[in-house]
Design a protein around this ligand. Structure first.
Ligand code: NAD
Length: 323
C-alpha cells in the first residue's frame, strides 16, 4: 500500500512533466520543468534511503525532479520498494536515466563514478568519491569534460549538531584543538581510516579552513580488531589540531572535541534538536538543485576545492602512516 501510493505519485509527476530527450551529458544545467531519471547502485543502508527519498521527495523541493528508474545490486533482488533491478549495462545506455547514485562500499566508488561519467550521466556519490586524491581529481576533470554534475554527499555538514557547532566556533581564534572519533569495526571495502573517516576531516576543514599534515601514525591490533589513527594537523596560521579515528568491534560511536580558543574552550558538541528534513533528503535536494542550475558556480567551486583538499590531506595522512 505504502509503495503503491508513492508509485502513483510518481506516475502522476511523470504524466505532467515530459522526459528529458536530449543527451544527458549535453548540459549540467537542466531545464527546471523536466524530470530526470536516476539509478541507485548498491542497496545497503545508504542506497535504500536514496530509493525511499526519491519515491517520497520533499514536496515543493528540487528533489521532486528526480524519479528512480531502477537499481543495481550484486544480489538477485527482482524488485525493491517496487523499483526494478537493472544491469549496469542497461543503466549506462538508457536515455531515460540521467543520473546515478553510487551507494556501494568506498573501494568501488571510483570505478562506478567513472563508468557513469563516461556515459554522460550526472553522479551523486556517497563520500568519499575515491580512495586517492589523484583518482578524485581525474573524476572531476572527466565530469567537467562531459558537462555533467559530480556531487559528493557530505551529510555530516548538514546535521543540526554540526550547524550549532559551526555557529559557536565562528569568529573565534583557535589556539589548539582535537577531534577524537570512536566507533565499531568497519566492514571490508571502506578504505584506510583517513578516507573512511573523511566526514570528521571535512568538519575540521569546514570549521578551521585549509589544513596541512605535520605527522600521522597508525596502530593496529588485528587479533583484537583494534585500530587507531592519529593525525597531527596545522591550521594555516600554524595552530595544532589533532584528529583521532579509533575503531574496535563494539566500541560505542562517540565524537569528543576539545577546541581551545582565545579566552574560551569548547569541550562538547552543542546538542541541537533534530531537523525536520532528513539528512539524505537535504543532500538529495542539494544535488537536484545542482542539476537544475540552482547552485552558483562559486558554491560549486568552493565545494570542489574543499572536497579535493580533504582527499589530499587523507592521502598524505595515509602515506605518513604507512611510511
Ligand atoms: P552497506 O554495506 O550497507 O551497503 C553497500 C551496498 O553496496 C551493499 O548492499 C552491497 O551489496 C552493495 N554493493 C557493493 N558492491 C556492489 C556492486 N559492485 N554492485 C552492486 N552493489 C554493490 O554500506 P552503507 O552504509 O550503505 O554505505 C555505502 C556508502 O554510503 C559508503 O560509501 C558510506 O561511506 C556512505 N555513507 C553511508 C552512510 C550511512 O549512514 N550508512 C552515511 C553517509 C555515507
Amino acid at each position: 500500500m505504502y509503495n503503491k501510493v508513492f508509485k502513483l505519485n510518481r506516475i502522476k509527476l511523470q504524466e505532467v512533466v515530459p522526459q528529458l530527450n536530449s543527451h544527458p551529458g549535453s548540459s549540467s544545467v537542466c531545464l527546471s520543468n523536466r524530470m530526470l531519471g536516476a539509478v541507485v547502485v548498491g542497496v545497503g543502508t545508504a542506497g535504500a534511503v536514496r530509493i525511499r527519498d526519491m519515491l517520497t521527495p520533499l514536496a515543493g523541493s528540487a528533489a521532486e525532479k528526480l524519479t528512480v528508474q531502477g537499481f543495481i545490486s550484486r544480489r538477485k533482488l527482482d524488485a525493491y520498494q517496487d523499483v526494478k533491478q537493472i544491469s549496469a549495462e542497461e543503466a549506462v545506455s538508457r536515455e531515460d536515466i540521467h543520473a546515478a547514485f553510487i551507494c556501494t562500499e568506498n573501494d568501488s566508488h571510483e570505478d562506478f563514478v567513472r563508468m557513469f561519467l563516461q556515459a554522460g550521466k550526472h553522479v551523486c556519490v556517497e563520500y568519499p568519491m575515491a580512495l586517492s586524491y589523484q583518482a578524485a581529481a581525474q573524476l572531476w576533470d572527466l565530469a567537467q569534460k562531459k558537462g555533467v554534475v559530480l556531487h559528493e554527499e557530505h551529510i555530516e555538514l548538514l546535521t543540526e549538531d554540526y550547524k550549532q557547532l559551526k555557529k559557536e566556533v565562528e569568529g573565534k581564534t583557535l589556539l589548539e584543538g582535537s577531534l577524537h572519533f570512536a566507533g565499531g569495526a568497519l566492514k571490508p571495502g571502506f578504505g584506510f581510516p583517513a578516507f573512511s573517516g573523511i566526514a570528521r576531516l571535512s568538519w575540521l576543514v569546514d570549521l578551521f579552513g585549509e589544513l596541512s599534515v605535520r605527522a600521522a601514525t597508525f596502530e593496529e591490533d588485528a587479533e583484537q580488531g583494534y585500530s587507531k589513527m592519529t593525525a597531527q594537523l596545522l591550521t594555516s596560521d600554524s595552530k595544532p589540531l589533532t584528529w583521532i579515528e579509533e575503531r574496535q568491534a563494539g566500541l560505542p560511536r562517540t565524537k569528543k572535541i576539545n577546541f581551545v580558543f582565545d579566552g574560551f574552550t569548547l569541550t562538547q558538541i552543542p546538542p541541537a534538536p533534530r531537523g525536520t528534513v532528513g539528512l539524505f533528503m537535504q543532500d538529495l535536494i542539494h544535488f537536484s538543485g545542482k542539476l537544475s542550475g540552482q547552485v552558483s558556480t562559486e558554491e560549486l567551486d568552493r565545494e570542489r576545492v574543499r572536497i579535493l583538499h580533504c582527499l589530499g590531506l587523507a592521502q598524505k595522512i595515509q602515506e605518513l602512516c604507512k611510511s
